[in-house]
Design a protein. Structure first.
Lengths: 614, 126
């Protein structure tokens, strides 16, 4: 049998740098080409070639390492690559952020005599329109975010509230009030300044980009074209709806001021912040706004392969641009003028302490009654003043590349979809308050239909008591969730159960202490313990905790007993929930359990927490 | 048959394929010396300071330029080819030799490697 001997050369593949390449190449030459090259000093031509090859190997190794490093978020060092990773993982880079907070506002109105009483003339208590520009002592600009209606300070009946209305000026001789100062508290303000710019847009261009020629744009507030179409900002161009609020005129308008609707937005854009240039751009879609006919869904028939009488067909190429010409990514403005309002400013230096914002730079005073004295109206408008009672915080400078790298994983974990029960709960609780506030929520799979999720909710009324969520709130919640849920998931929004309870305790008090005082302290402690904001659905009552809390109060020698009772229906003018709950049968080992959709509440703490001392 | 020592410089195509090679040690070392004195700093990857860096001296014509060239050659050989013993380095320019044109220098190096002796003559243009 013939045998073949294959000469196997020992080649090392782990060399990465110039020196190791050169060393091993020389070794290779010494072993395999001893009769061809014997001169290995740096001056020889052969070594020059060897070094050139080693140099190329070193370079290629360097760039290979670099490319691999740049492929991973953890090891990437170039800013542009980190930003690409950020974009891929759903992180939207942003520039400076603006400090925000609340301020107190004041308006001086003339005095008026009604029924021989000198009171504020509320006819002059008009509205300061939102967008009033305020200045801090350091010269930073802030804007009010809401209209300030001073007419709501006092309705004209009874005595003006002393904490909101004080005498401003008095007559020099009679010492009678001539002006009153009205106070509105908790007015939202934010650092930055609203500005407007216009763009002249020419012929159609897919993914048209309009860049605001100013640094530190905080947010795009509004974009309107010359045909009066409002362009809506969306998170991504494929998002074709936004949430919109309609004023609720129903009976539950107090708890649910707005009804949530999904608005279809063919006129839409995304804003992109370029961290390198510090500029913000509006990026539009691919549809032609001039030929827009309102049809958002492409005619799939246009994309089908025409067979022209044949019954068979083979593979065919498809131009994906055909799909892009649809309007599913929104429209691009064409031959129009785009007016864009935006807020600019922000940064670390917009954080200020209390009392720092004390100047009104610009405001618009609106008063409905045109029969009033114009000069007085002007004086009242000019009297508008502000003072922030607490610090204005949250402003910060642009994120560093390293900060972006650290933030990306957190953003990636926070997806805009609801899948798990925790997602449903978190999304329910995050619905903006003007659409109704969900106080507690829990989610579980429907036992009969695994594709159906039961979302159990409770809300609170204006007195802070837990209540069944109003119908409009549940409708709003359903609309809100629908944007995030998976297509195959069905969501049933169910009411939770409120179990109203009362607590009674008996304690033994040290004779050195005042019994009444000790009992009062115990009641205050239990009020804190049962404060509803500390309670969740399905949270049991641990009687040991109550015993421990009471025993820790100075003067309490021992806790004799603690009794929990269920309160149902109407009692002494107080209306409780209709849920009947057997405390004893649900008590086990000193813990009182409730169902997963129920929450314990002491609805009237001043009445339902009682105690006695011996 | 004696084997090749190194590749000849300047490069020449060999009838056997690839490049012609030097068979004698003296010729091989002479070619290496030629490469060394014709190389200026920065021309060789990685070894920035390889060479005699004569161009800089030749461009800076002065009264002691021939001495500077001679010193640079001695220093370069000492660093990069320490196995070579320089017996004499003569540098001529147009002022010392009528055969050398202006803007040129002629370098004649007499050297030895072990028992072997050789001479390298190289003309360098500014």
């Amino acid at each position: 049998m013939a045998t073949t001997t294959q000469k196997k050369r020992n080649i090392k593949y782990l060399n990465r740098d110039f020196e190791s390449y050169k060393r091993d190449l020389i070794d290779h030459l010494r072993i395999y080409f001893p009769d061809t090259v014997q001169d290995f000093n740096e001056s020889s031509v052969g070594i020059m070639f060897t070094e050139l090859v080693s140099f190329i190997g070193d370079n290629m190794s360097f760039y290979l390492d670099k490319r691999v490093n740049e492929s991973f978020l953890e090891t990437a060092v170039e800013a542009r690559n980190i930003l690409k990773h950020a974009k891929q993982l759903g992180f939207k880079p942003f520039g400076k952020t603006a400090a925000a907070g609340v301020t107190d506002t004041f308006l001086k109105v003339p005095a008026r005599t009604i029924n021989q009483r000198i009171v504020p003339d509320m006819r002059y208590a008009g509205t300061i329109k939102k967008g009033a520009k305020l200045k801090s002592k350091s010269g930073k600009t802030y804007e009010t975010l809401v209209d300030i209606d001073f007419n709501t300070v006092w309705n004209g009946t009874g005595n003006p509230p002393s904490n909101l209305v004080v005498v401003g000026d008095r007559d020099g001789q009679t010492k009678q009030p001539t002006t009153f100062v009205l106070k509105k508290t908790g007015i939202d303000i934010k650092a930055g300044e609203t500005k407007v710019t216009t763009f002249s847009v020419g012929a159609y261009q897919s993914f048209k980009r309009l860049t605001v020629s100013e640094d530190d744009v905080l947010e795009i507030l509004n974009a309107v074209d010359s045909e009066a179409n409002t362009w809506y900002e969306v998170e991504y161009l494929a998002q074709d709806t936004v949430f919109d609020g309609l004023a609720n005129t129903g009976n539950d308008a107090t708890d649910v001021p707005f009804l949530l609707k999904l608005r279809s937005v063919p006129y839409r854009f995304i804003s992109e912040f370029n961290i390198a240039t510090n500029r913000t751009s509006l990026v539009f879609g691919t549809g032609d706004a001039q030929s827009f006919d309102g049809d958002l869904i492409p005619d799939l028939g246009d994309l089908a392969l025409p067979l022209f009488g044949r019954d068979t067909f083979t593979d065919f190429s498809l131009d994906p641009q055909n799909f892009l010409k649809t309007r599913t990514l929104g429209l691009a403005p064409v031959n129009t003028t785009m007016t864009v309002s935006y807020r600019v400013g922000g940064g670390d230096d917009t954080n200020v302490g209390s009392g720092e914002i004390n100047t009104v730079a610009e405001s618009t005073f609106d008063i409905g009654d045109s029969t009033l004295n114009a000069a007085t109206i002007r004086d009242v408008g000019n009297s508008f003043s502000v003072a922030n009672p607490g610090p204005i915080q949250g402003g910060r400078d642009q994120l560093s590349i390293e900060e972006i790298r650290q933030l990306i994983p957190a953003v990636f974990a926070a997806q805009s979809r609801v899948v798990t029960p925790q997602d449903f709960i978190a999304r329910s609780l995050s619905m903006p308050a003007k659409f109704g506030s969900v106080f507690r929520a829990t989610a579980r799979l429907n036992a009969l239909n695994k594709n159906s999720v039961e979302l159990i909710t409770l809300s609170r009324n204006s007195e802070g008591q837990v209540t069944i969520a109003p119908g409009d709130l549940k409708n709003n919640l359903k609309t809100y969730i629908s944007r995030f849920r998976m297509m195959t998931d069905a969501v049933e929004i169910l009411d939770g159960t409120v179990i109203n309870i009362a607590v009674n305790f008996n304690i033994l008090v040290n004779s050195d202490f005042n019994k009444t005082e000790v009992v009062a302290n115990c009641i205050d402690t239990l009020k804190d313990y049962f404060e509803i904001t500390s309670w969740q659905l399905n949270q049991p009552i641990n009687l040991t905790d109550i015993y421990t809390a009471l025993a820790a109060i100075p003067g309490v020698l021992s806790v004799i007993d603690v009794t929990i009772t269920n309160k149902v229906g109407n009692f002494d003018g107080r209306v409780y929930s209709n849920t009947t709950f057997n405390v004893n049968s649900n008590k086990k080992n000193g813990i009182i359990y409730c169902n997963s959709n129920a929450i314990f509440e002491i609805k009237f703490p001043n009445k339902d927490i009682t105690g006695a001392a011996r | 048959m004696a084997g090749s020592i190194n590749i000849r410089f300047p490069l020449r195509k060999s009838p056997k394929g690839a490049f012609e090679t030097n068979q004698s040690t003296i010729q091989a070392v002479a070619d290496d010396l030629r490469i060394l004195i014709l190389t200026n700093y920065g021309e060789r990857p990685i070894h920035y300071d390889f060479g005699a860096n004569l161009r800089r001296i030749i461009f800076e014509q002065g009264p002691d330029v021939r001495q500077q060239i001679s010193d640079a050659i001695v220093a370069a050989v000492d660093k990069w080819m320490p196995f070579v013993i320089l017996q004499d380095v003569q540098v001529n320019d147009s002022s010392t030799s009528p055969t050398v044109r202006p803007n040129e220098v002629n370098v004649k190096i007499t050297f030895s490697v072990g028992q072997l002796e050789g001479v390298l003559e190289q003309r360098i243009r500014a």
